[in-house]
Design a protein around this ligand. Structure first.
Ligand SMILES: [Fe+2]
Length: 361
């Protein structure tokens, strides 16, 4: 037996047999030699551990009563070295207590008493090896799934990044196009030229002063640029009229907020922007249009734009009146603060208007 430590056929599973009785080792060798396993033998626990450290063992069959290290201790030690190896205990004593202890502590897969039934033992070994291989396959598949999940997450992240980048570039393109349109419209009218750009500067300043989020501020910026987009639908003769407007003409101008909303709703999925377009002529006391909303029912973004819009209008010359200076425009805003304009936002605006005007000049 010593000269012949193992023998195997094609791609074997490794089995270690540990018993201090040579005739048991020989009997088991004869039983298993044609079963396609690669067999290792040891006549003590210590020698068995040496083999476990050296070889990749799938299944161990160990005697319990051995001099020196007993089977339970040996199997316990093997668990530390090779936790996944299947352990079968074989003993000449029907030691129920040992069996229960071994099984309860998860040390052994099966407990077999000598003399054993060959078919039963072969079946147990076969099942044990299959169980081991199944566990390993499961482990391999789990690792594969984990690595594929990581890969998928990476791909997903990159894809999301790409979508976000493209969304941003589409939005930027759209913004550029629409801004050009607004500027082109305003350029036709010397009283309006640069109005939306200045309103945007003012509202950005207000948002920053109010510590509103970056995303919200961006939406307010876009809404400010587009707030009067509906004027595309207003008759030029009315927009250019030098004299005071009739009631019918004024009513027609008022529709620009609804026209703007109708133009933008199908192409821009941004509630803040749409609300600015629709509600920027609402007044705190409810006397505004189109819905006559009151106080804080008017969306915050619309209350912000209303102030910036009015301030810039006061500073600009109109066919029917001269331009006001900043000091008088602020006085006007304060005068109507809490009536036409949001009291708190006017207060905030007055603290930053000077520096905003410097940026614009
Ligand atoms: Fe407007």
């Amino acid at each position: 037996m010593n000269s012949k430590l193992w023998r195997y056929k094609v791609k074997p599973n490794n089995i270690l047999i540990v018993d201090d009785e040579e005739n048991i080792l020989n009997t088991l060798e004869r039983l298993l030699e044609d079963e396609g396993y690669k067999l290792f033998f040891a006549n003590s626990g210590n020698k068995g551990l040496e083999i476990i450290r050296r070889e990749d063992i799938q299944l161990i069959i160990s005697d319990h009563r051995m001099p020196g290290m007993d089977g339970l201790k040996f199997l316990n030690e093997t668990k530390k070295i090779s936790p996944d190896t299947i352990r079968v205990m074989l003993t000449g004593y029907a030691d129920v207590e040992t069996a229960i202890k071994a099984i309860n502590e998860g040390e052994v897969y099966r407990f077999i008493t000598k003399p054993w039934n060959n078919i039963e033992l072969l079946n147990i070994i076969k099942q044990g090896v299959e169980y081991y291989n199944l566990q390993k396959e499961l482990e391999r598949l789990n690792k594969l799934i984990q690595s594929q999940n990581t890969q998928l997450k990476e791909w997903n992240f990159k894809l999301e990044q790409k979508v976000a980048d493209q969304t941003k570039s589409i939005r930027d393109l759209f913004l550029d196009a629409i801004t050009s349109l607004v500027f082109a419209l305003e350029a036709k009218d010397k009283y309006l030229e640069g109005h939306s750009r200045r309103v945007t500067e003012y509202t950005t300043g207000i948002c920053e002063k109010m510590y509103l989020s970056k995303e919200y501020t961006e939406d307010v910026k876009l809404g400010s640029l587009l707030h009067d987009i509906g004027k595309i639908g207003i008759r030029e003769s009315i927009l250019d009229k030098k004299k005071k407007l009739t009631k019918e003409e004024y009513d027609h101008i008022k529709t620009h907020v609804l026209i703007g909303e109708r133009i933008l709703t199908p192409i821009i999925k941004n509630e803040t922007v749409i609300r600015i377009v629709r509600y920027h002529h609402e007044r705190i006391d409810g006397s505004g249009y189109p819905d006559g909303l009151k106080g804080t029912v008017i969306p915050l973004e619309a209350r912000i734009v209303a102030i910036a819009d009015a301030y810039d209008a006061l500073l600009s010359e109109r066919p029917y009146r001269k331009a006001t200076d900043s000091i008088n425009a602020i006085k006007e805003l304060r005068k109507y603060s809490g009536i036409q304009f949001d009291y708190e936002i006017v207060k905030i605006f007055t603290t930053c208007v000077a520096s905003l005007n410097e940026t614009l000049s």
